[in-house]
Design a protein around this ligand. Structure first.
Ligand SMILES: CC(C)(COP(=O)(O)OP(=O)(O)OC[C@H]1O[C@@H](n2cnc3c(N)ncnc32)[C@H](O)[C@@H]1OP(=O)(O)O)[C@@H](O)C(=O)NCCC(=O)NCCS
Length: 309
């Protein structure tokens, strides 16, 4: 099918919100799980709102030229060091007709012009999206298990991790140190995202940092809680112990909810500690890259808002 390719405008938010809601829920429903989005098709317009705040004009749409209906959408996030991709959706009426491939080609052309590597996080249980990215040249780099914990309204009923005393709320002046740490440990930089989370105009975000004995930031973890997402991340730390202390803090900012968080599957001690807190697995994800990539040296906790990889 020949699609029209264009950018999303404010007038498209309602249709794109419905597209995201329908596409994701349909896919999971037809692959044996319950819906991911539960708060109605207007709730997923929050992706448009947040991503337009962060990156105005960075959503590619493909349109059916005969009906004017939007067949697919994908946001991309140009950053200092790379471009990340997410959330990609095609309407079920258009599955298998090449819509996603057209969108990917458009974004990969932008990345090639900017000479930047591309990063994303994709489900390890979704062969459709895996194949889409795999055929476009992406390489899976790390596996994450999506865990969740039902946090009682009184807070986690577990012993606080040893390093909990070193955790504090993130402050606006921390954004540069947080970005420096991620650049050192992961090789990517996106200071504006951290400044946006900490500014927290919409009251959805929270961030914690962990300091070492010299008062330097050695780790951070953000969380978002709104009608479309309740997830912890992005986060990075030097050690599993620091990551556990950050998780404890952010889970306790989400009392009465069941936030999801992505933990590297090779962090054995961290995963065992989380099982001890009552965590359960709900999915698996791969971080994937196309272009230059250097193995990270810290613990990464990616998220889907905004995508990291
Ligand atoms: C994943 C998704 C975006 C794919 O969109 P699509 O428009 O149907 O994909 P396309 O038709 O462009 O296909 C892309 C490529 O993947 C291939 N492909 C897709 N699913 C495949 C599968 N299960 N096995 C083998 N190949 C597959 C196609 O053949 C095509 O490659 P080719 O043209 O070289 O043959 C769509 O299924 C979707 O929106 N799913 C629900 C939401 C989702 O999972 N989003 C991604 C994560 S956020």
């Amino acid at each position: 099918m020949e699609f029209i390719i264009r950018r999303m405008g404010r007038e498209d938010w309602a249709e794109v919100g419905e597209l995201i809601y329908t596409s994701i829920n349909y896919w999971y429903h037809t692959h044996g799980s319950g819906p991911k989005f539960l708060n109605g098709p207007e709730s997923t317009q929050l992706f448009c709102k947040i991503y337009e705040d962060l990156d105005p004009g960075c959503c590619i749409l493909v349109e059916n030229p005969n009906t004017g209906r939007i067949a697919g959408s994908c946001f991309f996030h140009p950053r200092e060091t790379h471009i990340s991709i997410g959330i990609m959706n095609v309407h079920p009426n258009y599955f298998g007709l090449g819509a996603a491939k057209v969108i990917m080609r458009e974004i990969l052309d932008i990345a090639a012009k900017e000479e930047k590597p591309v990063r994303l996080v994709s489900s390890a249980m979704n062969l459709d999206s895996f194949t889409l990215y795999n055929r476009c040249g992406f390489t899976p780099r790390q596996t994450f298990q999506d865990m969740y914990i039902e946090v009682p309204s009184s807070g986690l009923n577990v012993e606080a991790p040893a390093l909990s005393g070193n955790v504090r709320d993130a402050q606006p002046e921390d954004a540069t140190a947080i970005a420096d740490l991620e650049q050192e440990l992961v090789g990517i930089r996106r200071e504006g995202d951290f400044a946006y989370f900490i500014e927290n105009t919409d009251k959805w975000w929270h961030g914690s940092v962990i300091e070492n004995e010299n008062g330097y930031i050695d780790g951070f973890l953000f969380s978002v809680s709104n009608a479309a997402s309740n997830i912890l991340g992005p986060g990075v730390a030097r050690t599993e112990e620091q990551t556990l202390a950050l998780l404890h803090a952010e889970l306790n900012h989400n009392t009465g909810r069941s936030p999801v968080f992505l933990v590297p599957t090779d962090c054995r001690q961290l995963v065992d500690n989380l099982y001890g807190w009552g965590a359960r697995n709900c999915e698996l994800h791969f971080s994937q890259t196309l272009g230059e990539w250097n193995p990270q040296t810290g613990i990464i906790m990616p998220t889907f808002m905004p995508e990291t990889g």
